[in-house]
Design a protein around this ligand. Sequence first.
Ligand SMILES: Cc1cc2nc3c(=O)[nH]c(=O)nc-3n(C[C@H](O)[C@H](O)[C@H](O)COP(=O)(O)OP(=O)(O)OC[C@H]3O[C@@H](n4cnc5c(N)ncnc54)[C@H](O)[C@@H]3O)c2cc1C
Ligand SMILES: NC(=O)c1ccc[n+]([C@@H]2O[C@H](COP(=O)([O-])OP(=O)(O)OC[C@H]3O[C@@H](n4cnc5c(N)ncnc54)[C@H](OP(=O)(O)O)[C@@H]3O)[C@@H](O)[C@H]2O)c1
Length: 370
Amino acid sequence: MELREQARARLRPGNFQGHKPRAGSHRTESEAIEALGAAEGRWFDSARYRRRARVTSVAALTSTGTVKVRFEVVDGAPFHFDPGQFVGIEAHFEGLGYRRSPYCILSAPTDEPVFDLLVRVVPQGPLSQHLASLRPGDEVAFRGPTGRSMVPPDDERGLELFATGTGVAPFYSLARRLLADGHARPITLWWGLRLAEDICLTDELDALARDYPSFSYHITLSQPTAEWAGLRGRVGESVPPLLATLGAKRYYLAGNGAMLEEMAFALSDMGVDHRYIYKEPYFNGTHAADPEEIAEIRERFVATDLYSAYANRRGTGFGADLDAARSGKTGNGDPLAVSDLFDLMPAFLSHHPDREDPRPTQSKGAWGGS
Ligand SMILES: Cc1cc2nc3c(=O)[nH]c(=O)nc-3n(C[C@H](O)[C@H](O)[C@H](O)COP(=O)(O)OP(=O)(O)OC[C@H]3O[C@@H](n4cnc5c(N)ncnc54)[C@H](O)[C@@H]3O)c2cc1C
Ligand SMILES: NC(=O)c1ccc[n+]([C@@H]2O[C@H](COP(=O)([O-])OP(=O)(O)OC[C@H]3O[C@@H](n4cnc5c(N)ncnc54)[C@H](OP(=O)(O)O)[C@@H]3O)[C@@H](O)[C@H]2O)c1
């Protein structure tokens, strides 16, 4: 096996932030990366932004400021990446000095040294505006590709991909690669955008859905017009009621860090093991998830398969109560939501001191993130 593959095989999935892990609890990963670095002299390279890529095309995809920029690597060094990895772009600005930002690669890996980026032009954002102003023939300094691969270690689980804005980029790359490789399980993309004017890439996504029945995508608009016939609301509003089950899947979250944090906590509260939740925050990465927001998302989930399975597994017996409650009614005839069960739990436990609290995660602080 090639050295790169050997090193990758020793990396745990789930953290693709692009930082070299510290030794200690991540000794195996650290050693694997050291070995790779020694062999290839790069990847988590200390010499940064020395690579060069030339723009071959720039396409404005939306009137609200989303561009696709295609690059050809021109520094002569090999260029290989896995879906989910990103390049760091550096540019110098008068009065600001050097600015550097990472961008996930939109295109799927090919044998050619080329890559596409999907860039949101951010008001007062120097690098995003610079990228959008590039013209064919212009060159950029970059480093990478770097960061963890999003390719799952096996195809035994379906994938639920949650994106906001340009967070869709690594998912398009991932879906193309996995589908071409014959990924056996369904792959569903849930893409949160604000306005109908923000929608783009539909030709590409439609083509994937047409070519691969196991792939589907859904756009949900947080600020739709009356005519919009698709999903409405943020992903945390429109998607939970549509997921019939949560088990046997991996959950990938990319884009606005606030969405990631809140959705990850809600999924975790519903019983999804943190090993199956992958997060790639673009910004708002330090957002402190709002407990009320999490509770609202949790309440919208209709799938309680993992939750009751968890409770039963722990031998608390609460799973049976949960199943009964799920199919039954509360005293006033309303269906009992999962959040109601969370609220009722303390009272339930006080009446059943022999039962263990089955709440898996957040409230007990056991949720570890990715
Ligand atoms: C791992 C990683 C991958 C990323 N991949 C992409 C990508 O594929 N495409 C992309 O457009 N951006 C991506 N970003 C964001 C990107 O790195 C920059 O932060 C962004 O382009 C803004 O940089 P700037 O210099 O123009 O403005 P800055 O002054 O650095 O940012 C201004 C503000 O813009 C907002 N913002 C930043 N990025 C976005 C965004 N994508 N959408 C909406 N608002 C945003 C934030 O509130 C930020 O504080 C990624 C970030 C990370 C950490
Ligand atoms: N035009 C506007 O109304 C507006 C508003 C805020 C920011 N901006 C600026 O516009 C730029 C581009 O933004 P963008 O649209 O590409 O990306 P974005 O701000 O991340 O929004 C993309 C989508 O994510 C949603 N979202 C935001 N927070 C969320 C959360 N916690 N959970 C789930 N979904 C969430 C947004 O819904 P919401 O519509 O509910 O936010 C929107 O539908 C940013 O720089 C931002 O500063 C514009």
